[in-house]
Write a protein that binds this ligand. Structure first.
Ligand code: SF4
Length: 238
């Protein structure tokens, strides 16, 4: 089976436990205003890759990632769930830990089978209110919440990730809502706040796309620490 693979990152340390290879898949139904990878939104036929070839490329990193693993990211990896599932099964046979980085916007039978195989889900909860989710991603928070409920039913090890964008997703009520999600879903073992970055500006320029957050300030380390403390406070209360 073939899939659209945008690129590989060989030794990542932020997308799951330990040192990991990260596979960026193509195709995404969302259009997040802060997206760092707009070059993964569409399928590029030049990037069609055989599942076996991808597995071989990933296993070259085996000595480095045997204590970490492989993370599928994107784009939205669930768009190509069958392909990711085939690669995942081969990696699991080699004893590798597999994580899935997803917005939870796609649900179908192939996604369910994929979730049964992966060890960890990094669920990106982009916005905490439906109107914000629609405005800043073009999709619905309801899909992510449905996905999270499924993860709970499956008791799948889950980390929630939330990108902090000043003025958009950094409110006190956002931290309270994140803590509520943890309380309501025991499968969630960790919440990670990620700072908004704008290193993608050149990509948008090259693609001829507007980057509407180009004048948005980056959160400072102090901002991040304050929000982490706030979130911790809400989590303690839960
Ligand atoms: S889900 Fe990810 S890849 Fe898709 S638009 Fe949002 S940030 Fe970009």
């Amino acid at each position: 089976m073939k899939g659209y693979v945008h690129s590989l990152q060989s030794l990542g340390t932020v997308d799951g436990p330990g040192v990991r290879s990260v596979v960026f898949l193509e195709g995404c139904p969302l259009r997040c205003v802060y997206c760092q990878n707009p070059d993964t939104w569409e399928f590029d036929t030049a990037h069609l890759t055989e599942a076996d070839d991808l597995v071989k490329r990933l296993l070259r990193f085996y000595p480095f990632i045997k204590n970490g693993g492989v993370t599928f990211s994107g784009g939205e990896p669930c768009v190509q769930a069958e392909f990711v599932l085939e690669v995942t099964k081969a990696l699991k046979k080699q004893g590798l830990h597999v994580a899935l980085d997803t917005s939870g916007c796609v649900w179908n039978e192939a996604v369910e089978r994929l979730l049964e195989q992966v060890d960890l889900v990094l669920l990106d909860v982009k916005m905490l209110r439906e109107e914000d989710y629609r405005k800043f991603t073009g999709a619905s928070l309801a899909d992510t919440l449905f996905f999270l409920n499924k993860l709970s039913e499956m008791q799948k090890d889950t980390r929630i990730r939330h990108v902090v964008v000043p003025g958009i997703s950094n409110g006190e009520e956002d931290m309270a809502a994140l803590a509520r999600l943890v309380r309501e879903h025991p499968c969630v073992k960790k919440v990670e706040l990620l700072p908004f970055r704008n290193l993608c500006i050149e990509k948008y320029e090259m693609l001829g796309l507007p980057f509407s957050l180009k004048d948005t300030p980056l959160p400072s380390e102090e901002d991040m620490r304050r929000l982490e403390k706030l979130l911790d406070g809400y989590l303690q209360k839960t």
